[in-house]
Design a protein around this ligand. Structure first.
Ligand code: NAP
Length: 532
């Protein structure tokens, strides 16, 4: 049976205990909140906690899933784990001494997020199973009108924390819809599908696939792995944290923070190669080449798994069991492109027909063309997707877009990383949101809209820096680049510069209007005279 993997009707998600009802009566009036946060992954949950800590209770989080967690709730595929060490891949305000190993499995990260949500007691600030269907700016009322599957809302400020990796991308392969067996996306793993003894195909060899293939290889009857582009893979230096070490993290003041700092700075050093001097990465490429040589003896297979682009151009993957899995008797690496899918088989361009019972599509996400951007409309009804289809994704400091007042992203365009923790970037953006809210309150501001010239100048600087990065110069095609060939996804510098840049809301970059009770002050110029 074919499972539609892209969108889940929110109403079909299971309700968790203590969750609020998800649908409002037809006639229910629009509920107003100060801040409406969309999404409750690391970014949205972190924003909610910080708002609560700041004494701002006038907010609500709408989340289409049935609980917190975002991508860590959705990606339950076998072998799912983080490739950034958990001491760093966690909130700075909530270190967890109980991590069981350096690279935590998905279930442990999801448990951590559940635990954090419970500890900060913000469950009643969430509407789960609630999907945004439209958000439009009402210029007359100076507020966002947000329609959801759980009722209608208005908000002074809209915070989009949906993340870049939330909308699975299906491969556009002829005939795939006619496949009669199980077919599902890695991020929508169908746990009811019994793969034991079955002929299974995995399409893709990215970060998800290289975790899935070794995890299912011994369970299935036969496995075909369809590789379009070979990835660079480094050894995975993973280890259990023994009990004694965990006790040290728990009881010795500063020990875990020190471990976190060490990981942070070690990872930060990669930026030199990624963003400034790509030649530095050649040493890493030599290590990855040795990894292939050490794990594969067959020269033909070695050649087929060796990328023809420079390491770092796409995400550097880590695995000790990917190459061994490919060499198992019943596993085939298929590098001839896929021509079509038939009801019971995949046909490659050389005409070979391989019969399969199930297909796992590990083909990534809609990042630069996320359907979520179609749901956000400016005062004139123009969607963010339509704006960005012309000029590419652009947001001032990754957070704000001209023409979309009072809306902020937490981890928006050009905030992604290939080397370190996205939680750090999310926390930086949360600082920016909180600082913005402070400024609004302090100066009686009703609306803020980033000046077009500020956004243009910011983006020009960013794209100019992008030219010298490995992502531009490395000779690969990747999801980092949009249809215009611009890298609109990654942050091209050190993360501490991003932290510094987002520490304070820079009102001078924004056009603002005053609240009605400050109407004696001229509109558009409230920010003038405000100390920077
Ligand atoms: P991905 O990195 O975008 O990889 C998708 C794979 O599918 C690539 O090998 C791609 O080939 C292939 N593909 C796409 N369309 C195809 C088609 N039509 N026919 C054949 N092959 C096709 O996706 P992902 O593996 O899900 O990872 C996405 C991102 O999620 C990662 O970059 C990372 O940021 C994050 N992630 C992180 C972790 C972690 O440990 N922290 C784990 C998993 C994912 P090409 O290379 O030729 O495009």
């Amino acid at each position: 049976m074919t499972q539609a993997p892209t969108r889940r009707p929110a109403a079909k998600q299971a309700r968790q205990p203590n969750q609020q009802p998800t649908s409002a009566p037809e006639s229910a009036p629009r509920r107003h909140v100060g801040v409406l946060i969309v999404g409750s992954g690391f970014a949205g949950l972190g924003a909610a906690i910080r708002l609560s800590q700041d004494g701002r209770d006038d907010y609500l989080v709408v989340e289409r899933g049935s609980e917190v967690g975002g991508t860590w709730r959705d990606n339950t595929y076998p072998g799912a784990a983080c490739d950034v060490p958990s001491h760093l891949y966690s909130y700075s305000f909530e270190l967890n001494p109980r991590w069981s190993r350096s690279f935590s499995p998905q279930s442990e990260i999801q448990d951590y997020l559940r635990g954090v949500a419970a500890k900060y007691n913000i469950g009643d600030k969430h509407l789960f199973n609630t999907e945004v269907t439209l958000a439009r700016w009402d210029a007359a009322a100076n507020r966002w009108l947000v329609d959801t599957t759980g009722g209608e809302f208005s908000a002074d400020v809209l915070v989009s924390a949906v993340g870049a990796l939330c909308e699975p991308a299906l491969p556009d392969i002829k005939g795939i819809e006619s496949f009669q067996g199980e077919v599902f996306h890695s991020a929508r793993w169908n746990h009811d599908a019994d793969l034991a003894g079955k002929r299974v195909a995995v399409i893709g060899t990215g970060a998800s696939a290289i975790q899935i293939v070794p995890a299912i290889a011994d369970r299935v009857g036969h496995l075909d792995v369809y590789q379009r582009t070979a990835p660079w893979i480094m050894p995975r230096h993973d280890r259990d944290y023994p009990r004694a070490e965990r006790l040290i993290y728990k009881y010795v003041p500063g020990a875990q923070r020190l471990a976190r700092e060490a990981i942070y700075w070690g990872r930060e050093s990669f930026v030199l190669g990624f963003a400034f001097q790509p030649k530095i990465l050649l040493a890493a490429q030599r290590m990855a080449t040795k990894h292939i040589a050490k794990q594969i003896s067959d020269p033909q297979l070695r050649a087929r798994v060796t990328p023809d682009w420079q390491i770092g151009c796409k995400r550097i993957l880590i695995s000790n069991d990917w190459y061994p899995a490919l060499q198992k008797e019943h596993v085939d690496l298929v590098t001839d492109g896929i021509a079509e899918v038939r009801p019971n088989a995949i046909v490659t361009r050389d005409g070979t027909v391989r019969e399969v019972d199930a297909i796992v599509v590990a083909t990534g996400f809609h990042v630069t063309d996320s359907p979520t951007y179609e749901l956000i409309h400016d005062a004139g009804g123009r969607s963010l997707a339509s704006l960005w289809s012309v000029r590419g994704m652009q947001a001032y400091k990754g957070a704000t877009v001209s023409g979309f007042p009072n809306m902020m992203f937490v981890i928006g365009p050009n905030t992604g990383l290939g080397h370190s923790s996205m939680v750090y970037m999310a926390e930086s953006h949360i600082n920016y949101v909180l600082s913005a809210l402070d400024e609004l309150r302090r100066h009686g501001i009703a609306t803020f809209d980033v000046r077009d010239e500020a956004l243009r100048e910011y983006n020009a600087g960013l794209q100019s820096r992008m030219k010298q990065t490995i992502w531009t110069k490395g000779g690969c095609a990747s999801w980092y680049l949009d249809a215009h060939g611009n890298n609109t996804t990654l942050w091209p510098s050190f993360t501490f510069t991003f932290r510094a840049m987002t520490r304070r809301f820079d009102l001078a970059a924004y056009r603002t209007t005053a609240k009605a009770d400050r109407a004696d002050r001229p509109l558009e110029t409230v920010a003038e005279g405000v100390p920077a």
